[in-house]
Design a protein around this ligand. Structure first.
Ligand code: HEM
Length: 247
């Protein structure tokens, strides 16, 4: 993980990004990308990178859950190695404070507004109990009823991998309910709630909670911007033949 170069897809060596603690049992669906690549190779071999396929799949996934569409810039090339050490050191953590999260996104050229918009993807999907246990048992900045509901599905000292939806109202739709929940202190992860906890991003969260179309258009722009992070172009990297292994 240096940039948008498909390095997370590799699993041909023991030292890969998929198994880094923040990705393991979290990032998933790799076989979909492998299957898409197989189909593309049948029609047009050696041309379309796995990094591009991943970027297109992210856009199509957004559309599939009622989120926005955008034009995906194409022409990325694939990395020839995974970067597990960088994934470990650079990925944001669910325990981090707002200034720490801001610094991480800034390090990749993404603004506070980009960060808040992108966090809106937690409007879909699920999280494992170990990622929100501390917040629901010890957190101060949380709705009491919400905490007690979530405690029922996430025991205090077992069930690490039990799942809860990241967004409780419309968990399968990419919409602004995530932000409405934050206003009610019903963010599941600490890293969600810190976006609305008296800091500099409060105003952006409020804006998105009131203005769903602004959220969707900012989300689309931020996804394009994220896809522009350090791509490999020209003769750098390669076009992999299969997405989970280097040529
Ligand atoms: C602000 C920094 C972020 C932190 C700390 C963070 C952390 C997490 C954590 C802890 C989970 C639960 C994983 C698990 O329990 O297995 C999760 C899930 C998820 N995250 Fe993030 N995330 C962040 C930003 C993002 C961004 C920028 C995106 C994409 C634009 C994203 C997309 C997702 C999705 C889609 C899921 C659900 C996965 C599933 O259901 O399998 N997150 N995130």
């Amino acid at each position: 993980m240096l940039g948008c170069d498909g390095s997370i897809l590799l699993n041909d060596t023991a030292n890969n990004e998929r198994d880094v603690i923040f990705n393991k049992n979290s990032a998933r669906g790799y076989e979909l990308i492998d299957n898409a690549k197989t189909e593309v190779e049948k029609i047009c071999p050696g041309v379309v990178s796995c990094a591009d396929i991943l970027a297109v799949a992210a856009r199509d996934a957004s559309v599939a859950v009622s989120g926005p569409s955008w034009t995906v810039k194409l022409g990325r090339r694939d990395s020839t190695t995974p970067y597990p050490d960088v994934a470990l050191s650079d990925l944001p953590r669910f325990t981090e404070s707002l200034p720490e999260l801001i610094a991480r996104f800034e390090h990749k050229g993404l603004s506070e507004r980009d960060m808040v918009a992108l966090s809106g993807s937690h409007s879909i999907g699920q999280a494992q109990c170990f990622t929100f246990r501390d917040r629901i048992y010890n957190g101060g900045d949380i709705d009491a009823g919400f905490a007690s509901t979530r405690r029922r599905g996430c025991p205090v000292s077992s069930g690490d991998s039990k799942l809860a939806p990241l967004e409780l109202v419309t968990p399968n739709q990419l919409d602004n309910n995530y932000f409405k929940n934050l206003l009610q202190k019903k963010g599941l992860l600490q890293s969600d709630q810190v976006l609305f906890s008296g800091g500099s991003t409060d105003s952006i969260v409020s804006e998105y909670s009131r203005n769903p179309s602004k959220f969707l258009s900012d989300f689309a722009s931020a996804m394009v911007k994220m896809g522009d992070i350090e791509p490999l172009t020209g003769s750098a990297g390669q076009i992999r033949r299969i997405c989970h292994a280097v040529n």
